[in-house]
Design a protein around this ligand. Structure first.
Ligand code: ADP
Ligand code: MG
Length: 461
């Protein structure tokens, strides 16, 4: 044995085999294996491939008879992307109307806030289209951790043609050459005052500057400068308005810099979707992808999504694929149950292992309903909830709400959200827990075989 292995070097042998595959010289038993390896190397058709080309043409190579439906599904339900297409944008009429009125009639600057996934960016896309139709110049910027005033507003100035500057007549050569306001900016870092000065000279157009993900901008100086700019633009009746989107904390922070800008801002919290709006997401997708949801399946989506357009898209996406995998283009309640299973897996990955294990133990110890009720309150209130929120979200008595809070506190699952404040606001110890608990609970309560799975889910509230 030792002799046989003398001089054996697996790495050397392996690389030689890869470099010069010579089946003839291999011992007889290896020959078929080598031949098989060659055959596979020559014929890799078994490997997964893309079904649509980069120009969105369906390749038709897929043997799946629903290949075309699958291709259409990609646009129908988009859990990982905001909606940009009006055809797929569900509901939100009131929000959009209110925002447009504030911009148009009151000339206010707008702050849109709300939890992640509630639909802020999608709303901004549709607002952009509406404003562009009304010939506004719209400049959309997604803020990042390193956003700074100079860079952000130079880019904005770059999108505003010089011909709208009152100092230039439309026939002036600079305007004809396609110059922009950016050409008038000084070399030194741009200040809110300087940018405001330029904006004050605009005529014949209106500009909307959209700063999305404002919460990601880490620099306090950037936030202060933006607040300063809002004040400057408002005081001088400029034709430039800002729309900021982010989470609630940013609004207070922004306004705190200069309390007097409060009256120049219209702040709106993007609400949860109504059941009707969630159903519209389902029906828009049905139309787009050429498949149908059984009424009970749509009802399950509504029950589980709880007004979140993100969850609605995620569930519809997985449920539709589940149906196609079973060779159906009709989505049934069982598909939604499977979709919830996928969602549970996805949410589990977002929660640290110990917290996950803790929750699983509590589920097994019969704490399911207590946790589910609290997670509904958390989901309805951006993660932070009071006993009153618990009663409102679940229609339970104040006493029951107190009991739930006490129990989960003792379980180490929730904490006081703001220990320095006098009021008792609570939050789960991990941000991802409410969604995970809610989905796990839904998974255990949606019986695939029961004809009215949703009413069962609803009664537990
Ligand atoms: N009005 C809507 N109609 C259909 N889907 C929506 C709508 N608003 C949001 N969505 C979906 O919800 C998810 C989150 O939307 P997004 O606009 O990115 O939220 P946010 O910017 O608040 O995080 C995305 O999957 C998006 O496709
Ligand atoms: Mg967004």
């Amino acid at each position: 044995m030792e002799n046989e292995l003398a001089g054996w070097n697996p790495f050397k042998r392996k690389s030689a085999a890869i470099a010069t595959p010579r089946a003839e010289s291999a011992p007889p038993i290896v020959k078929p294996l080598v031949r098989e390896a060659h055959r596979r190397a020559a014929d890799r058709s078994g490997l997964p491939r893309f079904n649509t080309t980069a120009s969105d043409q369906f390749s038709g190579r897929d043997s799946d008879r629903f290949g075309a439906v699958r291709a259409k599904l990609r646009n129908a339900f988009t859990p990982s992307q905001p909606v940009a297409n009006r055809r797929l944008f569900a509901g939100r009429d009131d929000v959009l109307k209110t925002v447009i009125r504030s911009i148009e009639d009151q000339r206010l600057h707008v702050v849109l806030y709300g939890e992640r996934g509630i639909g802020k960016t999608s709303l901004l896309h549709v607002l952009t289209q509406a404003a562009t139709e009304a010939r506004y110049i719209v400049v959309y910027t997604s803020c990042g951790a390193n956003s700074n005033f100079d860079e952000t507003f130079r880019a904005v100035a770059n999108d505003i043609p010089l011909l709208f500057h009152s100092g230039f007549s439309p026939t002036a050569t600079e305007a004809e050459r396609g110059s922009s306001l950016a050409d008038l900016l000084p070399a030194e870092p741009l200040s809110p005052r300087k940018f405001g000065d330029l904006c004050a000279k605009l005529t014949g157009t209106r500009v909307l500057v959209i700063l999305d993900e404002f919460d990601r901008a880490g620099s306090a100086a950037f936030r202060r400068d933006v607040a300063e700019l809002i004040k400057n633009l408002s005081d001088r009746l400029c034709r430039v308005q800002l729309v900021l989107a982010g989470v609630a904390a940013d609004l207070t922070e922004l306004v705190e810099h200069i309390p007097s800008i409060r009256r120049n801002i219209f702040a709106l919290r993007v609400p949860k979707m109504s059941e009707h709006e969630v159903l519209q997401i389902v029906s828009n997708g049905e139309r787009e992808a050429d498949l149908t949801f059984e009424p009970d399946a749509s009802a399950s989506v509504v029950t589980v999504a709880r007004g979140s357009p993100y969850l609605a898209n995620l569930l519809c996406h997985h449920a539709s694929h589940s149906a196609l995998d079973d060779n159906r283009n009709k989505v049934m309640p069982v598909d939604v149950t499977r979709a919830v299973g996928f969602a549970v897996n996805e949410f589990e990955a977002r929660v640290p292992k110990p917290a996950r294990a803790h929750v699983r133990r509590l589920f097994d110890q019969g704490r399911a309903e207590t946790m589910a009720l609290a997670s509904r309150a958390a989901l309805a209130n951006d993660g932070v909830f009071t006993a009153v929120d618990l009663t409102t979200a679940n229609d339970v008595t104040a006493r029951k709400a107190e009991e739930i809070i006490a129990a989960l506190f003792a379980d180490g699952l929730i904490k006081v959200a703001y220990p320095d404040d006098a009021d008792d606001r609570f939050a789960f110890v991990e941000e991802g827990l409410p969604a995970l608990i809610w989905m796990t609970w839904a998974q255990r309560n949606l019986e695939p075989a029961a004809p009215r799975a949703t009413s069962r889910a609803a009664t537990a509230s």
